[in-house]
Design a protein around this ligand. Sequence first.
Ligand SMILES: [Fe+2]
Ligand SMILES: [Fe+2]
Length: 279
Amino acid sequence: MAFDATDEPLERRPCRERTMKIVFLGDIVGKPGREAALTVVPILRAEYAPDLIVANAENVAGGWGITGEIARALHAGGIDVVTLGNHTWAKPDAYDFLGAETRVLRPANYPPGAPGRGWGLYKTASGLTVGVANLIGRIFMEPLDDPFRAADEVIAHLRPHTNVLFFDFHAETTSEKQAFGWYLDGRASAVVGTHTHVQTADERVLPGGTAYITDVGMCGPENSVIGMDVSIVVERFRTQLPHRFQVATGGPTRVCAVLVSVDPDTGRAAGIERISRLV
Ligand SMILES: [Fe+2]
Ligand SMILES: [Fe+2]
């Protein structure tokens, strides 16, 4: 099923004058990532005037999980909606605050009864409604419910309210992420990948109008192994003994994000642009 098409030439479409912009920041890792993200958010807001800013924050609390206090700090710093991933439940606090917090989403394909919600509808300052959803993959991940079928259900809930649907697909493998993007092409405005913490260079708008990137990358320490202290991770690989990972400290922090522009009338993406900055 594709978005509603129009025969009007592009230049005559009224929606062209009010293209909607959504900024999405990749996994925020620990305090360095949090501080850098909150430094860059006002800059991105000034540069692009986005209608909505979404960020994945599954690693924001010391490298694993999130707390209610940190979620509130992210919202206060200009991040409108937070998505999560496989580290959602790392902090006990999550079990309580996710139930009450409508602007923090955990993957929708946890089994029924899990605290919190996997999708939400958000009204922008300009009066537009955006549906945001978070799903998690199953390849080299925990065996959760089928994200493809769950996405169909999410779309059935959101589509009556808006054509602008933004998906964070939190998954390990490129193939599962690409397949998920193609599966939603023409039904979602954007499918952006998270979880691997390394930004990929394959951003594009798929033929049906869905903006896609395999992984947005992270907001975290530049001199690290996906945000963690290099020497600890190397020792773990060398010795195969358990080592407690720690968020890397010192040096610059990289903020990885994407800017997606969407026609709010049809929900079709007009473009996707990678953002990668050192702070
Ligand atoms: Fe992550
Ligand atoms: Fe993850």
